[in-house]
Design a protein around this ligand. Structure first.
Ligand SMILES: NC(=O)c1ccc[n+]([C@@H]2O[C@H](COP(=O)([O-])OP(=O)(O)OC[C@H]3O[C@@H](n4cnc5c(N)ncnc54)[C@H](O)[C@@H]3O)[C@@H](O)[C@H]2O)c1
Ligand SMILES: O=P(O)(O)OC[C@H](O)CO
Length: 325
């Protein structure tokens, strides 16, 4: 069995390493010819995952047709903002696994990544792979667990079997919506946790924020048809903990740097994608249009997009009306 990985950023490359480490041939598609050539020459993705050797079973290429030829399924690991345009340009695969964590805002509607994949490609077999998984650790064979969700149980099991290794434990789930939203929304809470870190507000504050953040994720997720229980698993609270506390997390560290003077414009110019800054805007617009309260999302939005003083935005969270937990 061969697999195509679309997107040669840190996560696409790490997932390719997982598959190739067990002898699965992988076509790793990079948008830029120069990156594909550099990976071929150095057997390393120095731009996005330096220090990790690419096993021989990985075939880097900028030719999507070559990457997809003969693949049983394609793993989508491109940033959510580029998703629609990238997919529209590529040949279709028999099935898709989304590894992208984000939301796509289109004309006032919020779309999940798997919905966009389904719509653009017409594929019927679509799964989401999501969990507490930093590329830097997964690619170095440190133990990790994840979830593959699909409404097609047979496909979820196929993907589970493809990715499972002694150090990468894969669970299945039928709650695709819950698994996908957990991965997207935790980035917003991680931005907020980074702001707490940047302001040196302490461990108590971070723990309170993560916990109330989980509540906010559940509140939104249930309106979208997710099962509440899913958010208490690996793809929910598991990923929230990993992202909101890890030194690897780009979202957490972006929050920290934003309150210390980094501008949004400078952040957006950086090579690595910080999905939370797009997710927070999409969620904020959605919640305002529907009158749904998402207080942490609102605070993060105001700091990132309206340059509100972060102390003021976080104080507003402390000063909300008192109520039972
Ligand atoms: N890095 C991780 O540990 C990790 C883990 C799980 C999920 N994810 C998710 O995977 C997705 C990809 O993240 P990453 O960490 O691999 O990214 P990255 O920041 O390491 O690399 C970004 C990738 O996107 C490509 N890219 C940027 N703009 C593009 C465009 N306009 N069109 C096509 N491609 C474009 C770049 O060439 C590069 O391959 C994100 O949704 C992220 O949330 C990342
Ligand atoms: O580095 P981040 O913040 O994009 O997080 C990476 C993964 O989503 C963690 O599971």
């Amino acid at each position: 069995m061969k697999v195509a990985v679309l997107g040669a950023g840190a996560w696409g490359t790490a997932l390719a390493v997982v598959l190739a480490s067990k002898g699965v041939p992988v076509g790793l598609w990079a948008r830029r010819e120069a990156l594909a050539e550099a990976m071929l020459a150095a057997r390393e993705n120095r731009d996005y995952l330096p220090g990790v050797a690419l096993p021989p079973y990985i075939q880097p290429t900028a030719d999507a047709g070559e990457a997809l030829e003969g693949a049983a399924f394609a793993v989508v690991a491109v940033p959510s903002k580029a998703l629609r345009a990238v997919l529209a340009d590529l040949p279709a695969a028999p099935a898709y696994v989304s590894a992208t964590k984000g939301l796509v805002a289109e004309g006032g509607a919020l779309r999940r990544v798997s919905e966009v994949i389904r719509e653009v490609t017409g594929a019927r077999r679509v799964a989401v792979l999501s969990g507490p998984n930093h590329a830097e650790e997964v690619a170095r064979f440190l133990p990790a667990a994840t979830v593959v969700a699909s409404s097609d149980e047979g496909f979820a099991r196929e993907v589970q079997a493809a990715f499972t290794t002694p150090w990468f434990r894969v669970y299945t789930s039928r709650d695709l919506v819950g698994v996908e939203l957990g991965g997207a929304l935790k980035n917003v809470i991680a931005l907020a946790a980074g702001m707490v870190d940047g302001l040196r507000l302490g461990d108590n504050a971070r723990a309170a924020l993560i916990t109330r953040g989980l509540r906010e994720i559940v509140r939104f997720g249930v309106t979208q048809g997710a099962r509440e229980q899913t958010f208490y698993g690996l793809s929910g609270v598991g990923d929230l903990i990993a992202t909101a506390t890890s030194l690897h997390s780009r979202n957490r560290s972006a929050g920290e740097r934003l309150v210390r003077g980094l501008t949004l414009e400078a952040l957006e110019r950086e090579r690595q994608v910080v999905e939370g800054v797009y997710t927070v805007r999409a969620l904020y617009d959605w919640s305002r249009a529907r009158g749904v309260e998402l207080p942490i999302t609102e605070a993060v939005y105001r700091v990132v997009y309206e340059k509100e003083d972060p102390i003021r935005a976080l104080s507003a969270l402390m000063g909300r009306e008192l109520k039972p937990e």
